[in-house]
Design a protein around this ligand. Structure first.
Ligand code: SER
Length: 327
């Protein structure tokens, strides 16, 4: 394990929903000079607390060169196309999610650095047990995003077994945050709803009121990623694709929890068939007992703490930024 003072952390997808908060956390923890934020988007257009550059993960030579030049000890590979966006162009989603990961793993194998790769509830499908979904369960997802997540989990295991790459990962539930908007997922309603509650006091949800899904507040997700990467390898019986969870709720239950703080908040439902069918194919609740026992995973934010933190955070955003989270 690289000592903290020698860490050199490269983040891909740094302008995204997870990347924005991960970069701040690791820059604060290891110093801004220890972090390189990269994204396919020009860094002039997004906020970062450390050096940043444009990097397309599909450019294998650029990925290899950047990982090398930075003296990278760990890549947090967050660049990906999410579930609903993936269905708009499955082949493009496949290329971004698989070829991007392959390029990162190749670079990691060459320089001997760690890799963190998020997997997802989307790695399960309608034939997986849904409440709870065990760590080891049948994985037959029905979205291209889910297909790439299962294949990505396997690719990480393969690069570890074949080339010794210390590739670790978590199966995240839907992630709730306000610093940067999610990029076209099915769980995005649980972010949009907070912006709508504060701006309009009403929200039209693209899922049915009783659609139960697994969720987590971003601060917990970032802590989970950092803790897993720091976990002593002797404690782990596997490294990759740990189920993690924090809470489960339906849109109706989330609206009720928001109404405690925003009296008169109204929700109506206009289910989108694509996103409803995706949500219906996913787990209600992941069984995260392996993460808890192997590296001490413990969430801190339940529904009520998440609602308070989100209303507080969204309330502090500049109006233009808050609006962009709803697109
Ligand atoms: N939040 C993701 C999505 O909805 C799931 O990993 O696509």
């Amino acid at each position: 394990m690289t000592p903290p003072e020698a860490r050199r952390i490269l983040v891909t997808g740094a302008a995204g929903q997870i990347g924005t908060e991960l970069v701040s956390t690791v820059a604060e923890r290891y110093g801004p000079g220890a972090v390189l934020a990269t994204d396919v988007r020009d860094p002039a257009g997004w906020a970062h607390d450390c050096p940043a550059m444009q990097l397309n993960c599909l450019d294998a030579a650029a990925v290899r060169r950047t990982v090398d030049d930075f003296g990278t000890t760990a890549v947090f590979h967050l660049a990906a196309v999410l579930s609903a966006a993936g269905e708009a162009s499955p082949s493009a989603a496949y290329r971004t999610n698989m070829d991007g990961l392959l390029n990162v793993l190749e670079a990691a194998a060459a320089v001997g650095c760690q890799v963190f790769v998020p997997s997802s509830i989307a790695a399960f499908g309608p034939t997986s047990p849904r409440d709870p979904t065990p760590q080891a369960a049948l994985q037959r997802p029905t979205t291209i995003y889910g297909v790439t997540k299962v294949a990505g989990e396997l690719l990480c295991d393969y690069y570890h077994a074949r080339f010794g790459v210390d590739a670790r990962g978590l199966r995240f539930p839907g992630l709730i945050s306000y610093s940067a908007p999610p990029g076209g997922g099915t769980t995005d309603y649980a972010v949009e709803i907070f912006h709508a509650a504060l701006e309009d006091r009403r929200y039209t949800c693209f899922l049915r009121p009783d659609t139960r899904m697994d969720m987590m507040y971003m601060a917990d997700a970032i802590r989970a990623a950092v803790e897993l990467m720091d976990a002593p390898v002797e404690a782990l019986t596997h490294r990759n694709a740990f189920n993690v969870t924090a809470m489960q709720f339906t849109p109706a239950e989330l609206a009720e929890a928001i109404r405690v703080h925003v009296p008169g908040f109204e929700i109506e439902y206009d289910p989108d068939p694509l996103r409803q069918s995706i949500a219906d194919s996913w787990p209600d609740r992941l069984d995260d007992s392996e993460a808890r026992s192997q590296w001490g995973w413990q969430p801190e934010y339940d529904l009520s703490a998440t609602v308070s933190a989100m209303l507080d955070g969204v309330g502090r955003l500049a109006p233009v930024q808050a609006g962009s989270a709803r697109r």
